[in-house]
Ligand binder design. Structure first.
Ligand code: GRG
Length: 320
């Protein structure tokens, strides 16, 4: 089963979102339009717009209103990716050359800034100070997270708490906010939009943990980058933190630095895979997913709820 097949009833509305996305990234500066359109054409799962729409279905759903929120969230996501590829000096994204690779760092920064500004412009369609307050706090948290993660690179004494805080800011918050703002724009009561926020948060945490597991268990072809890239770049993820509970393995892992060559980490990747750390990481992911399922059970039963359940289940088992 493919991810997109879980929500075919949304296809018509997702086509509207896709068209809006294309319109929104256009600019009188051809280079900005080209960079934005190139990213859109490269695809992406559009998870955030899907969660906006599904959450809106718990309230008074109107595509003409909610589309602005769905577009804003996807465009903020795109802006973070363009900037992140500058910070990480990444050549490929969604299987294509990144904006910074195709043009240069300066143009990538402009593109990211432009996308962020356009997303805020989209949000002005929503006359609700609470929605704007939530979104600005989210953006601040994502940016702070990106700055703080620098200090955690190659820092082998960091704790599980440091890791969880990092992935919350990097991934879970934007998914949580997608759910909450979808619900708010459809006028749901506060109790429900807060529950949807926490549903999105738990799914987002699981999503990032699985991403971090796949960095070890997937193939170079599927990842579009070498296996173990996170570790090589000093990004200490959950499988690594768990593997470091073994003293000997920790000593090996701690030898990895910015001077380490890709081939040198291959035996360490194998040792991490054999250590049981992957299975234990899946257990942590499942704990978040179970919280997400429990929250769904407290919500009104409808098609959106069952689809969110299927998506969360899929996320926990995804291979790419
Ligand atoms: C410009 C607002 C702004 C922020 C700049 C660089 C930065 C601060 C934040 C980057 C944070 C970051 C690296 C987030 C990545 C999160 C993530 C889970 C990416 C992959 O998401 P998918 O799998 O991607 O949904 P697709 O390609 O499917 O859309």
């Amino acid at each position: 089963m493919k991810f997109k097949n879980l929500y075919t009833f949304l296809n018509k509305d997702l086509d509207v979102i896709e068209q809006e996305l294309e319109d929104v990234v256009q600019s009188s500066y051809p280079m900005l339009s080209e960079a934005g359109l190139d990213m859109l054409q490269a695809g992406g799962k559009r998870i955030r717009p899907v969660f906006v729409l599904l959450s809106g279905m718990f309230g008074d759903y109107h595509i003409d209103k909610i589309k602005h929120v769905a577009v804003a969230l996807e465009i903020i996501h795109m802006a973070t990716l363009v900037h992140d590829d500058v910070i990480d000096d990444a050549e490929l994204r969604r299987g294509r050359p990144t904006v910074k690779a195709r043009w240069d760092n300066r143009i990538a920064m402009y593109t990211g800034d432009y996308l962020l500004a356009k997303s805020l412009e989209q949000m002005t369609a929503l006359e609700d100070p609470l929605a704007h307050k939530i979104l600005s706090k989210t953006i601040v948290d994502v940016v702070i997270g990106e700055i703080e993660q620098l200090k955690d690179k190659y820092r082998y004494e960091q704790t599980m708490k440091d890791y969880l805080k990092r992935i919350k800011r990097k991934t879970a918050i934007l998914i949580a906010t997608s759910c909450q703002l979808g619900a708010i724009s459809a006028g749901t009561d506060p109790q429900l939009h807060k529950k949807l926020y926490w549903f999105g948060y738990n799914v987002g945490m699981s999503f990032q943990i699985i991403d971090d597991i796949l960095d070890f268990t997937s193939s170079e072809k599927q990842l579009g980058k070498p296996v173990g890239s996170d570790l090589l770049q000093g990004n200490i993820t959950l499988p690594v933190l768990i593997a470091m509970e073994d003293r000997n393995l920790k000593n090996e892992i701690m030898k990895i630095s910015s001077d380490t060559k890709p081939d040198e980490i291959k035996p360490i990747i194998d040792a991490i895979k054999k250590s049981g750390a992957i299975e234990k990481s899946y257990d942590v992911s499942n704990r978040y997913l179970n919280k997400a399922f429990a929250l769904l059970n407290e919500m009104p039963s409808n098609k959106a709820r069952s689809t969110m359940h299927s998506i969360a289940k899929y996320i926990g088992k995804r291979k790419i």
